[in-house]
Design a protein. Sequence first.
Length: 182
Amino acid sequence: MKSRAIAYIGLGSNLGNRVLALETAFEKLKTLPDTRCLSLSDLYETSPVELEGGLFLNAVAAIETCMGPDLLLESLLGLETALGRTRKQSKPLSRAVDLDLLLYRDTVIEGKNLTVPHPRMLHRRFVMEPLAELAPDLEIPPTGITASEAAAKLAVLHPEQEITRLGTLEEVKTNYGLRIED
């Protein structure tokens, strides 16, 4: 029997119909082989960090998968491409969809093409607040700090990273329709 792993995936979009982009990305995660989506955080509207462009919608998904971390990353990159993401820019730009492998089990990986935990996640409210919503007591390796502790710390240290919790995907679709565009 294949070994199963829990992984956390960051989802983001700041181009076009952002709600539809995140909904489609989450649905595509469900189609990955030997993978089951466990949960999706609420959607958060956030200011861009380290790039120019409009407001982002962000969320975090928890998945259970038999794929190894390298294959999972390759699959996420393939989904991004299929959903309109181009990664050939020399500097970070706005994007239709962004899928980041944040955590894979409690594994620490420092490879040429993959670093887990995601190397910038502990500096980004748009990652840590939805992650803390899903798994508040989850310890971020190798730090030992929990997701909720990291989110609380970032709220104090980086108030310029504006973030607004909008609600579940279904609530956002009901309250705003699919009209949340940049």
